[in-house]
Every structure is written in structure tokens, then in C-alpha cells.
Design a protein around this ligand. Structure first.
Ligand code: MG
Length: 388
């Protein structure tokens, strides 16, 4: 049976890689709709090629409509449009590659409508993992992770008794400041932080990789996707991004998943699970790679990783606050308002507040915590800026 797909975030790195994967699987998937944030030009080019029934753009639908309406493509706008694509009765699978905060609501809407959702937007499970997984159980929606670490882990652990797993290990590239001292990190510019050694991604996730918060989010995300406590999830620095995950069993044996770093592999793994089909991913020549190196993460230089574990320990709304404070701080850094090391300072101070961890039983409580976290982080940033 052909699966009908809504692709959210089609112009980003996940979206463009997903289109490459779908191109190779024309007998299995039909692209019904595309959704983009701001890149109207690329959205139009994609729509002209793929001829979906509908597209949605966050802002500026008028110009897009002028170009695509003659092709019979309906053009929607903004959050309501995104929601409409997510709950469309003509869609079986929603692939969510939207950036950060905007991705949460469409995922929730799709899960509540019982759609299968492939989630590359890890913030969704960071802030509301307990609710999303509970709703998916109720509605029968399948949640598929799209992440170079979580997707192969999810595959490896499908048939595995969780009691047999001693721990899993998520490798992190270490980002561009792996060798930097704290003093050096204090002075790095946004441009230096955006220069990731192995992956090409959007600015938010690239900064998250440089601070290791991305790995912290993956730890939180992995507990929900893999049904494992965070106490069984460790992180290791692995510079080459060749080993994408490790599973250590109680008998002392370890299994690793290796490949050339290319997002097309985890995307296809998630989409055609449980099958394996050929991809365009460059074969891995280990003899040419030669050496694979591993280091323990240095949490004194990269405190964000520890903050993620701390938020899980605090529980309730703390992961939502962690995410909110991080997002505000990352954009303040990208705007040159605060320094690189201030990102973790702002998050830590926000989490220190008693308001940061309340009950997170409802979506409203989570949205309120998100709003509060943003306000608090902004206050802290303003006081840092005024001290400069
Ligand atoms: Mg990853």
C-alpha cells in the first residue's frame, strides 16, 4: 500500500534529505503536502517538481499562491495551515522536520488524529514526551524517530528485552570547540559556532551541537522513543561521526551501528522500517577511515549536557523550561547579545528558579512552563547585557 505523506519543514536539511529519499521510493510513498517556514522560493521549486495537493508557508502565502494556484496546488498559511496538513484525512504519515518550537503543535495534532509521525524535531519529545507517547498509545499512532543516533537504536532494540540492555551510548561529534579551553570558548563568534565539523544543519541545531545541548536533548528524546530510563543512557565524544550508536548488553557485549554520516540513511530506515532497501549513501570504507577515536564528554567545558540530565531529574515541566531557556539563549547568542558560555549560564539560572519544575500533567501546563521559561531566560539575558 502506498503511504500518503505530509512533509513539514520541507526546505530545511531534514526536508531536502527526505525528498531525496522519497525520490528513490516512488512505489511506496505519495507526497500529498509540503510545508515550509520562510523559504518561499525553494518551496515553490519543490512544489513545481513534486506537484503536491497542498502546501503551507508560515508567512507570505500570497506570492506563493500566485505561482502555484495555476498548477492546481492549494496554498495555506501559518499555524492553522500547518495544523490542517497534519490532520488531513488524505495523509497517513506526517514527517516533521520543522525547526525547534514550531514543530510541537503539528506533531501533537497528528498524533491525536492517529497519524503515524516521523519526528526529526526532538524538542517535541523533550518538552512533552510523556504526553505524546501516551496519546500515541491511545490513538494507535506510531512514532518514528528521525535522528542519526536514535533511528538505528530504535531499529536495534525493536525485538530486545529491555532487561538485557545494560546501557546505550549516544556518540557526539564534540562540535567545533572540542579542543577549546573555557577561556577560548568565552570569545567565540556565532560564525565560528556555526561551522560544524561533520553535519550540515540549520543554525539552531548547529549551536545546540556546539554546546552539546543537542546531545542532552537526544538523551531525553531517547528515553521516550526507546523506553529506557536516562540512567541507562550515556554519551561519548566521537569525532568522526562514523559510529552512530552503541548498545551494551548485560553480558558485557556491545553492538555498534556504523555508516558514512548522511541523514538519508536514518530517514529511510524510519520510513521503510522494518525493511532495508538500497540508498544513495556512500559506502563506508573503514580501511580508509583508519582510526575511530572516543573521549569522555567534558561537562566542565560543556555544562549543557549535564543540564539536560538535571532537568530530567527535576522532572515535571523542567525539560520544557530547559528547552525554552535554551532556545532563547541560543538566539541571543546568534544575535551577538550574549557570549557562548552565557548560553549554559542562562539555562542553569532559569532551571534554578523554583517556578521551573511544576506538574506537567497537561499540555496547558507545558505551554505555560514554556512561556515562563522564555520570559525568565530573557530577563536573565537582559541583566547580562546590561552588565557588559
Ligand atoms: Mg543526532
Amino acid at each position: 500500500m502506498i503511504k500518503r505523506v505530509a512533509l513539514l519543514g520541507s526546505t530545511g536539511s531534514i526536508g531536502t534529505n527526505t525528498l531525496r529519499v522519497l525520490k528513490g521510493l516512488p512505489d511506496r510513498f505519495e507526497l500529498v503536502s509540503l510545508c515550509a517556514g520562510r523559504n518561499a522560493e525553494l518551496l515553490c521549486v519543490q512544489a513545481e517538481h513534486w506537484r503536491p495537493k497542498r502546501v503551507c508557508i508560515d508567512r507570505g502565502a500570497k506570492a506563493v499562491r500566485a505561482r502555484l494556484a495555476p498548477l492546481g496546488i492549494e496554498v495555506l498559511e501559518g499555524r492553522s495551515g500547518m495544523r490542517e496538513l497534519s490532520v488531513d484525512p488524505d495523509v497517513d504519515l506526517v514527517i516533521n522536520g520543522l525547526a525547534a518550537g514550531v514543530g510541537l503543535r503539528p506533531t501533537l495534532a497528528a498524533v491525536r488524529a492517529g497519524k503515524d509521525v516521523a519526528i526529526a524535531n526532538k524538542e517535541t519529545l523533550v518538552v512533552a514526551g510523556h504526553l505524546v507517547t501516551a496519546w500515541a498509545k491511545q490513538t494507535g499512532a506510531t512514532l518514528l524517530p528521525i535522528d542519526s543516533e536514535t533511528t538505528p537504536l530504535w531499529h536495534l532494540l525493536q525485538e530486545t528485552d529491555r532487561d538485557d540492555v545494560k546501557r546505550i551510548v549516544l556518540p557526539a561529534s564534540g562540535g567545533p570547540f572540542f579542543d577549546h579551553t573555557r577561556e577560548q570558548m568565552a570569545g567565540v563568534s556565532p560564525a565560528e559556532a556555526l561551522d560544524h565539523p561533520t553535519w550540515q544543519m540549520g543554525p539552531k541545531i548547529t549551536i545546540d551541537s556546539a554546546t552539546l545541548m543537542n546531545k542532552g536533548f537526544e538523551v531525553i528524546e531517547a528515553q521516550w522513543f526507546l523506553n529506557l530510563p536516562v540512567s541507562k543512557i550515556d554519551v561519548i565524544i566521537h569525532r568522526q561521526s562514523i559510529v552512530h550508536c552503541l548498545v551494551e548488553y548485560v553480558d558485557g557485549g556491545m553492538v555498534a551501528h556504523l555508516s558514512t554520516p548522511d541523514m538519508q540513511l536514518p530517514i529511510q530506515q524510519a520510513l521503510v522500517h522494518p525493511q532495508k532497501l538500497p540508498t544513495q549513501v556512500e559506502p563506508l570504507d573503514l580501511a580508509r577511515v583508519g582510526t575511530l577515536s572516543f573521549f569522555p564528554p567534558d561537562t566542565a567545558r560543556f555544562p549543557c549536557l549535564q543540564l539536560a540530565y538535571r532537568a530530567v531529574e527535576q522532572g515535571g515541566t523542567a525539560p520544557a523550561v530547559l528547552n525554552a531557556a535554551n532556545e532563547v539563549a541560543v538566539y541571543a547568542f546568534l544575535d551577538n547579545r550574549i557570549g557562548f558560555l552565557d548560553i549554559s549560564r542562562v539555562i542553569a539560572s532559569t532551571l534554578d528558579d523554583r517556578e521551573a519544575h511544576r506538574d506537567a500533567d497537561t499540555l496547558e501546563a507545558i505551554f505555560e512552563a514554556d512561556r515562563w521559561g522564555r520570559v525568565r531566560a530573557n530577563e536573565l539575558i537582559c541583566s547580562l547585557v546590561s552588565q557588559k
